[in-house]
Design a protein around this ligand. Structure first.
Ligand code: NAD
Length: 535
């Protein structure tokens, strides 16, 4: 039976609370320094062949760190260190390996908490609450729950007939796992590297450039918890350089990826082309994009729906793979919902996340700012779309885009189909009588199937939607927003073009990082080849 840990409680950061003061002090300290982020291979700090600045998205003139870019030789050194460390690490007992990650969780819950939260706020422009649920709570939960899941998994053993002993040995993969991680969750960065390592693998970790500061602090946290050199090797740098060396190695044994669908496709294609050169068939695990929906039935509670849309679409500037980005609202509810949304959005404050009164920060970088702005321009000029709230953008000090609601007449308008990954919600208003047609529309409009939510007070509508949208989302919410999955409570991942759906933070994911060996021992082996029927 699973010995379930408790989820890490979320601190509130009320003015005057101790955590509020500690976080403010960590923010001030980190703003006053410029960190050098090295490449780390086998515990050795390498300086790479160039550096790139890490900036504050909400104050882009402010440099937080310089991240050293791994050269091809540095990546090779990381791979060699991973391969060299693997035998010993995988022979440690499971409980010794687990102790490293449990200690990291305790350090993060205590003395390291505000260091990680401050770096996530400054480097990724998260508010205090968004950083707390990511770099503190979710990462702590990943570390503790994966240990519980792995213990439970290893208890699953074959039967043994009389005179023999059968064992399933949960070996790691032979070679190294390449973890390629996204900018938007510090916790995902840590988990993609740590989950395979817990199962006895060694890892090459390529963080996203814009999350390099918080991710490097996670790496340092693991070192402080006693992770031996070479088990996880930290290789920030140019994606193409790092990936071509990593995927070019015969020891490449698995990819643990979270990011966009296009990049996962490219990495999958590269591995397919090189397949015969690998010692084993690599495991490819990728959680990718989303175009997450909120569907309201005419019986929906408008206040609950409005709050779910506001939080689901605009928290962390809509830069969650699970963020609500298309909504389907019955005509009978739209006037009340629209009025409420517009009124509430008028009270939302956007700005520097160091001001704890702000609800919205900046989008991650210039590229994202321009991409999202392009969609706003299309909406402004299209006859089938109108901007109901927001629509403004300003990049003078930071990459700020107002939370924006677009009402579309065409349910296939581009902002209803494509992942925007910004604070933009598109709403299609449907005639109440067309509920059945709308279910088909929700299912077929986008190629993704990550998260989705249905709001209805009539249970029959929930039952019907749940069946009709069975394959439209890997995480499906009834009367709740489609974001905010909690480790151990809502295992996360979607199918179709949203990824391989291996459910991060669950036993299903850990299973991908083992290559079990079956061992049969016979106590008294036969001494003659003949069988009784031959007498
Ligand atoms: P991204 O695809 O741009 O980058 C992800 C990682 O891939 C980064 O480390 C990046 O440096 C690297 N990368 C980029 N181009 C590469 C290339 N050509 N070769 C090798 N590596 C490359 O994604 P992002 O902007 O960091 O994150 C946003 C995306 O991630 C969104 O599409 C979002 O939906 C998705 N996401 C999905 C989940 C999920 O669980 N399904 C969770 C978080 C984010």
């Amino acid at each position: 039976m699973l010995e379930a840990p408790k989820n890490e409680p979320i601190l509130a950061y009320r003015p005057g609370s101790p955590e509020h003061a500690e976080l403010a002090s960590a923010l001030a300290g980190q703003r006053a320094q410029v960190v050098q982020i090295p490449v780390v291979a086998g515990g050795r700090r390498l300086s790479g062949d160039a550096t790139a600045p890490v900036i504050c998205p909400h104050d882009h003139a402010h440099v937080l760190a310089h991240v050293h870019q791994a050269s091809s030789a540095d990546v090779s050194a990381g791979i060699q260190a991973a391969v060299a460390a693997q035998r010993e690490w995988s022979q440690w007992s499971f409980e010794d390996r687990a102790a490293v990650f449990l200690k990291a969780a305790d350090l993060l819950a205590g003395p390291w908490r505000q260091k990680l939260n401050a770096a996530t706020m400054l480097g990724q422009s998260k508010t205090a609450y968004q950083a707390e649920i990511d770099s503190a709570c979710e990462l702590i939960d990943f570390l503790r729950w994966n240990v519980a899941f792995a213990r439970d998994l290893q208890r699953s053993q074959p039967v043994s007939a009389p005179g023999m002993r059968n064992t399933l040995e949960y070996r790691p993969l032979e070679g190294f796992v390449y973890a390629v991680t996204p900018f938007n969750f510090t916790a995902i960065g840590g988990n993609l590297a740590c989950a395979p390592a817990l199962m006895g693998n060694t890892v090459l970790w390529k963080p996203a450039a814009s999350a390099a500061l918080s991710n490097y602090f996670v790496f340092e946290l693991l070192e402080a918890a006693g992770l031996p050199p070479g088990v996880i090797n930290f290789v920030p740098g140019d994606s193409h350089t790092v990936s071509s060396v990593a995927l070019g190695s015969e020891a490449f044994a698995g990819l643990h990826f979270t990011g966009s669908t296009a990049v996962f496709d490219a990495l999958w294609r590269q591995t397919a082309e090189r397949l015969p050169a690998y010692r084993s068939y690599p495991r490819l695990v990728g959680e990718t994009g989303g175009k997450d929906f909120v569907l309201a039935h005419p019986s929906a509670d408008v206040a609950a729906l409005s709050t779910a849309l506001l939080r689901g679409a605009f928290e962390y500037q809509g830069q969650k793979c699970s963020a609500a980005s298309r909504a389907y609202v019955p005509a009978s509810l739209w006037p009340a919902l629209k009025a409420r949304l517009v009124d509430e959005l008028a009270t939302v404050r956007m700005g520097d996340v160091q001001d704890f009164g702000n609800f919205v920060g900046a989008v991650i970088d210039r590229k994202a700012y321009d991409r999202i702005g392009g969609y706003l321009t299309q909406a402004r000029h299209a006859s089938e779309a109108s901007i109901v709230a927001g629509g403004g953008a300003n990049d003078r000090t930071g990459y700020f885009i107002e939370p924006t609601v677009i009402e579309v007449d065409d349910p296939n308008f581009v902002t209803m189909r494509e992942e925007i990954f910004g604070p933009v919600l598109s709403v299609y208003v449907y005639p109440d009588a067309q509920w059945a047609e709308v279910l088909k529309l929700v299912d077929s409009t986008s190629p993704y199937a990550l998260t989705g939510a249905v709001f209805a007070q009539e249970r029959g509508a929930l039952v019907e939607a749940s069946a009709a949208l069975r394959f439209a989302a890997g995480n499906f919410y009834l009367n709740d927003k489609p974001t905010g999955a909690v480790v151990g409570q809502q295992p996360f991942g979607g199918a179709r073009r949203s990824g391989t759906n291996d459910k991060a933070g669950s036993a299903l994911n850990l299973l991908r990082w083992v290559s079990p060996r079956t061992i049969k021992e016979t106590y008294v082996p036969a001494h003659h080849y003949a069988y009784p029927h031959m007498d």
